[in-house]
Design a protein around this ligand. Structure first.
Ligand SMILES: Nc1ncnc2c1ncn2[C@@H]1O[C@H](COP(=O)(O)OP(=O)(O)OP(=O)(O)O)[C@@H](O)[C@H]1O
Ligand SMILES: Nc1nc2c(ncn2[C@@H]2O[C@H](COP(=O)(O)OP(=O)(O)O)[C@@H](O)[C@H]2O)c(=O)[nH]1
Length: 227
């Protein structure tokens, strides 16, 4: 049976989780799972949990742990035959404990990015709300200004990406993430990457993953022998 690989990427808002997850998914063939995308799918489909989650997200609040775990864990249980990388979950200790009871993680990537960098990136972040695709006017601008590359639909900015909201979001992230980071450190699976540019961090993440993962998407098809 093939060795499956399960990883989590953590970091404050704007640290590049989504951007780096996409690169990892493309280079190593892991499925990129995003808690935000998953919530948006549930909201669009009007599921019971989606309707509930929406009431929190609209107020700029985190969705309660029990709603998140009820939504995400069954989804992960369906993924027993896939390697995956999860972005945005767990972000509290309760979520991490719930995840722990479902699967063994191989690796946790934690991004450590200075506040000034986060502030600059987020004030320039544009989002295609329907898909969650993310742009930055300097780093990865859309082909047509203000429009999503694939659908051509308008891009928006989130109020809570603006500097006034960011300090509170970062403080909250630090408070809730610290015990999660400590937990993964104690398990010996935490790898922290610091810097101000995704393009400079990426080679280190790439080479770490190259030592842990055998190769590209074929790994999902379960024909790769155990090392
Ligand atoms: N693990 C989670 N626990 C609780 N709420 C969550 C979780 N993941 C996402 N959410 C909720 O869904 C919303 C959208 O999540 P998403 O990750 O797309 O965007 P975000 O808050 O802008 O995060 P980031 O800036 O880090 O990308 C969050 O603002 C939060 O309300
Ligand atoms: N200028 C700049 N912007 C970046 C860099 N890496 C990511 N971004 C942008 O910064 C914003 C936040 O990145 P994102 O991947 O959404 O971070 P997340 O909130 O952790 O998922 C997005 O607009 C990205 O396009 C970088 O190295 N430089």
């Amino acid at each position: 049976m093939a060795k499956l690989f399960r990883a989590v990427i953590m970091g404050p808002p704007g640290s590049g989780k989504g951007t780096i997850s996409e690169r990892i998914a493309q280079s190593f063939g892991l499925k990129h799972l995003s808690s935000g995308d998953f919530l948006r799918e549930n909201i669009a489909a009007n599921t019971e949990a989606g309707v509930l989650a929406k009431t929190y997200i609209e107020r700029g609040l985190m969705v309660p742990d029990h709603v998140m775990t009820r939504l995400l864990l069954p989804r992960l249980e369906e993924m027993t035959r896939h390697s995956w990388l999860m972005d945005g979950f767990p972000c509290t200790l309760a979520q991490a404990k719930a995840l722990n009871s479902t699967c063994d993680l191989d690796l946790v990537i934690s991004l450590n990015i200075p506040y000034e960098t986060l502030k600059d990136r987020l004030s320039d972040r544009w989002i295609h709300p329907a898909s969650g695709r993310v742009y930055n006017m300097g780093f990865n601008p859309p082909r047509v200004q203000g429009r999503d590359d694939l659908s051509g639909e308008p891009l928006i900015q989130h109020d809570n990406d603006q500097p006034e909201a960011l300090v509170a979001r970062l403080r909250h992230y630090k408070d809730v993430a610290k015990p999660v980071i400590d937990l993964y450190k104690s398990k010996g699976i935490l790898h922290t990457f610091s810097g101000t540019e995704t393009d400079r961090i990426w080679p280190y993440i790439n080479s770490l993953l190259s030592t842990k993962i055998l190769s590209r998407p074929e790994m999902d098809t379960q024909h790769i022998p155990m090392p």
